[in-house]
Design a binder for this molecule. Sequence first.
Ligand SMILES: [Ca+2]
Ligand SMILES: [Ca+2]
Ligand SMILES: [Ca+2]
Length: 779
Amino acid sequence: MSNARTTRRLAVLTIAGLLASGLSALGVTAVPAVAADRTVALVGDLQSELGCSADWAPDCAATELAPTGAEGIYSAVFDVPAGTYEYKVALNGGWDEAYGLDGGGDNIPLTIDGPVSLRFTFDDDLKRIGVEVAEPSTGYSASDDALIAKPVRQAGSDEQFYFVMTDRFTNGDTSNDEGGLSGDRMVTGFDPSDKGFYQGGDLAGLRDRLDYIQGLGTSAIWLTPSFANKPVQGVGADASAGYHGYWVTDFTRIDPHLGTNAELENLIADAHDRGIKVYFDIITNHTADVIDYSEKQYSYIDQATRPYTDASGDAFDPSDLAGTSAFPALDPATSFPYTPVIAEADKDAKTPAWLNDPTLYHNRGNSTWTGESVTYGDFDGLDDLMTEDPAVVDGFVKVYQDWVDLGIDGFRIDTVKHVNFEFWKTWSTRVLDYAHDKGKKDFFMFGEVYDADPVKLAPYIRDTDMNSVLDFTFQSSAVSYASGNSAKGLQTLFAGDDRYTTPDSSASALPTFLGNHDMGRVGSFLQNTDAPLERVELANELMFLTRGQPVVYYGDEQGFAGSGGDKDARQTLFATQVDEYADQKLITGEQAGSVDRYATDAPIYRQIAALSQLRRENPALLDGAQIERYAASGAGVYAFSRVAAADKIEYLVAVNNATTAQTVELTTLTADASYAVLHGDAAPISTDAGAATSSPSPPCRPWCGRRMPRSPRPPSRRRSPSLSPPPEPASPASPPYRPRSPISGRRPASRGAWSAPTPGTRSAPPRTPPRVSTTTSAG
Ligand SMILES: [Ca+2]
Ligand SMILES: [Ca+2]
Ligand SMILES: [Ca+2]
């Protein structure tokens, strides 16, 4: 580490308190005003109702929000009569700076059935306005019960995934290593000394090691794509094999390197006997690279330059027809910007047979990852299907309905944003309805939409029958926090959760992850920090104790870090013959070497197993509501409550990514109660009926001596955090989200985006998490 300033101890803390009292209302607190150099006014057509002489008056003092004492947070309560309004905030008495919907310029609509006291809060950091009911007009009574809806928890959404690249897990059958082919590696694809070729792992190996997978607490195995692939693509130094599964030629058959359809059925049967589901990673965007262009040119040609023409020569735009049953007949010789050609030997290379029709592909050249090429372009030559054509939609509905019949429990859907949205609307509904009709009520599909913005992710959940999407926002924010960046990043992450809430979906179902086979392992993002192992453990704690379905990427549990994304994140758990893999360091600092790594006492394996058990034994941690309690402005504490409606037990979780112990004050849901420690390095805490005091006491562990105020708190008693966080490190670095390359090694990895390690030392002592578990009493 350069830049090591002081010897600081990495303090990573997670506590979960258990108490037995009922829920009380969350106190909404206010604080004495402090001098502020900015003023914030609520403006809108409700101002005249609130004592202003006019609406839309940014200089009206009657609707100013007051500083709360928390930096950048302004708030005020107004009694608003029934009506339909629009509002935003304006700063400093004028219109030069104003914020509305999602921090933008649009007004925010508000409709109120009856008079109500509303608290408006503005966060000057996030530029977001929050509104909440300050006080119900009357107390809660039994007659209100009917108004309370159960929280949405989607069927099949409480899994813990183990995402495994089959070729890299265990070689259970050496007879299939060459996939039934004979010749050199350019024919068979098998070369265990090259990270870009098949290494030998297979379905038989997975079946042999179900104990190992189950020992982590896994409830669902997600297999990398398993269908028959083109064994090798590319030539010379660019040659690589389809070991990863993303170069499919036969969508009806397991790749012979991995096993047979019968072996898959056996794996599913054994997994189901253990209560473990089996998920497929599936593709509809492209096939292997079989189609070439007679022009031998591959640059993208857009529709403005050369529109599609039907067989009669009339121009048309496929996006005008997507989602309908109409599509014109096309002519491979004239309809496309490039002329698709298929070598004679490859005429029947693909299964089902409809995939061999070159007019069912876009044939516009390689994607530039922008504009229309995002959906129309080839992934570096991979044949990009004309997914606007109903023949393609129908074809893939049938393909994947058949796999539902074989016993697959759910799908992870690849490259979702590279397929037109209309495809997903139709395809997802037909596949999900089919699964439900077959009695698979828990069938669950989640998409890989490679983006960290909930605004772009949520429509796939809201407007298609895709059940969920991989939570790239979580990945970005959790790893950023674990590396030492501001807790505000987590606040922003979870503030986006409402995007996913519909009558039948919620953020609770999002599969969460920390790294993967494309971007790289979590270990690679954190290995250059001051305390790599502790920070990976912190990231795991975040993943297992926050909302969502955790995904463990195979090998992370053995401490593999790797040197980047793609092939550099695809180590074998069996003894490697790849020198680069053997030369790598594990997250513990140990040399990876060339040895089998299936130890169930490896530090991360044990941690994941323990966190899994904690979730199982305390289901509020699995699917309970998550309510934010504290977010440091900078490195420091992020705290939240988890509570399940069924048992009304509050769990308090606090994590600290700073290198010093932290003490903070916060409000919980539950007054006059004691919290026992369930996990982590902490002392028991309590909420009391009086005012908060905060007096750190030895031994100086992160939460020692902290007392939590009762809730609801008297408005004037809120305090700032009693201990200032350490200086803010470099601002969070969001990884650039490049399209994932299914072609290994052709695209730069995103590693290195995490270039803001926390100043500190390498000598952070290991944590010793006590497992105190005592039942507590409530006041
Ligand atoms: Ca094998
Ligand atoms: Ca496409
Ligand atoms: Ca091609």
